[in-house]
Design a protein around this ligand. Structure first.
Ligand SMILES: CC(C)(COP(=O)(O)OP(=O)(O)OC[C@H]1O[C@@H](n2cnc3c(N)ncnc32)[C@H](O)[C@@H]1OP(=O)(O)O)[C@@H](O)C(=O)NCCC(=O)NCCS
Length: 168
């Protein structure tokens, strides 16, 4: 598996990846709002903008596709800044998802590991990763990447999140 930045050479694969979520009524985490884009080329441009020249109201974000045998099995992103009130409380720096048909094959753990290596190349050595206590897969994924549990928090709407730190 390798992480690749979204680019127009993968338009068909991105479309197929997105379709896998729509078909299964699953939410697309960690894909910089791919679900909102019908024009994939525009989404590719948006991910580039978010990384290189983010609008004032957005946090600088790097998005990656996890590609295995030329197929996109997952997507992930990380937000570079920690000062945003959502990121530093319950959002965390990292979000990710694996295609519904490709789960529980070890791709998620590998993808997060590769993403942490990318964080390091950006000079980031410490990330906050959060998961709802009910999301067993997400909690296990973080633990598999040496996430250190800090505490459980409850935000204003009553949703609970586990906060973990990963030191790279
Ligand atoms: C969370 C998610 C990324 C995990 O991806 P994955 O490819 O299935 O994870 P892996 O196969 O690498 O599994 C990692 C560990 O979690 C465990 N796991 C994964 N899904 C699980 C589940 N639904 N229930 C229990 N354990 C689970 C695996 O057994 C493995 O455990 P191990 O370390 O003891 O071997 C995937 O389920 C997903 O995309 N979920 C929806 C989006 C989401 O919740 N994203 C996370 C928040 S941003």
């Amino acid at each position: 598996m390798k992480l690749i930045k979204p680019n127009i050479n993968y338009i068909d694969e991105i479309q197929a990846f997105k379709h896998g979520f729509v078909q299964n009524w699953k939410e697309l985490h960690g894909s910089s709002q791919l679900s909102k884009y019908s024009d994939i080329k525009k989404w590719v441009e948006y991910t580039s903008l978010l990384e290189n020249n983010p609008p004032e109201y957005c946090v600088r974000t790097s998005t990656y596709m996890a590609v295995h045998n030329n197929k996109i099995v997952g997507m992930c992103d990380f937000k570079h800044s920690f000062s945003h009130p959502v990121i530093n409380r319950w959002g965390g720096n990292i979000a990710c998802c694996i295609h519904p048909k490709e789960r529980k094959k070890g791709y998620g753990a590998k993808m997060l590991n590769l993403l942490l290596c990318e964080c390091m190349t950006w000079g980031i050595r410490k990330v906050l990763v959060t998961a709802k206590p009910s999301n067993i897969g997400s909690n296990r994924l973080i633990q598999a990447n040496y996430g250190i549990f800090e505490k459980e928090i409850t935000i204003d709407d009553g949703t609970k999140y586990n906060r973990y730190w990963i030191f790279i």
